[in-house]
Unconditional design. Sequence first.
Length: 287
Amino acid sequence: MRIDVVTIFPDYLAALDLSLVGKARRAGLVDLRVHDLRDWTLDRHRTVDDTPFGGGAGMVMRPDVWGRALDDLLPEPSGPDDTVGPGPAAVAAGAHLVVPTPSGEVFTQRRAEELATEDRMVLACGRYEGIDARVVERYRAAGHRVSELSIGDYVLNGGEVAALVMVEAVARLLPGVVGNPQSLVEESHGAAGLLEYPVYTKPPRWGDAEVPEVLLSGHHARIDRWRRDRALERTAARRPDMIAALDPETLDAHDLEVLAGLGWRATRDPRHPADSRYAARWEHVAE
Ligand code: SAM
């Protein structure tokens, strides 16, 4: 995968030389290029911003500078159905333009998985009050895949930290980046839709605290069940929204029993019996 990051602070992205992403870059698993937006300015002062039309505080990033940068970095989109190559491993031609912004859709593990199937991704890091809105409109209208994504409900000074988050979340899903691919399977926010169970290592006794006995038993079926129960409990306690999003049909009888014990009962909304999109899946009784 090739990833281009455009920023006015290229040094901010130096962290991508470290750890697993740095190793993946050196191994050629990800071709990561960081660009200084000011290289596309034409004036002596290398200006990238100006005052907002309509007044108000702060500065806005100029569309003409971003346009020159993105025209250079984004390959032509090849049409509405631009997947290439045979079978499910086909990759989309062109590039996905990602614009980090607190007013975007929330960046989730699902979005990271989608982006990891791209051949190329270009990240446009905003600063000040953000990028002139015409930039996103123009590339979307030209047929590029464009996503405005937020890393959470808070405001940062610039898109660089968000770009670091997104690059790391996407790059670790690329084949060969994480040594043991099995470690990606049971993680929080994986296919099961749950948070991960608590994990322990040596020593088995640390002060008064002992590792749960079942984990030392070597009994794999019991360990799996214990971990699943803890994942359900932890998710119900910390992220009830994730329990509410589970499809009860995908859970076994024991899962349903554990959740019932936590006040979550699977239900069906009789108003919409045929369409599970609208069926209320859960009734939650506060303990
Ligand atoms: N005026 C903007 C607003 O209220 O939506 C905030 C601009 S913010 C100070 C400057 C830049 O930081 C944004 O253009 C974006 O690139 C980045 N940024 C800030 N918070 C972010 C978040 N939660 N997720 C992704 N990017 C963010």
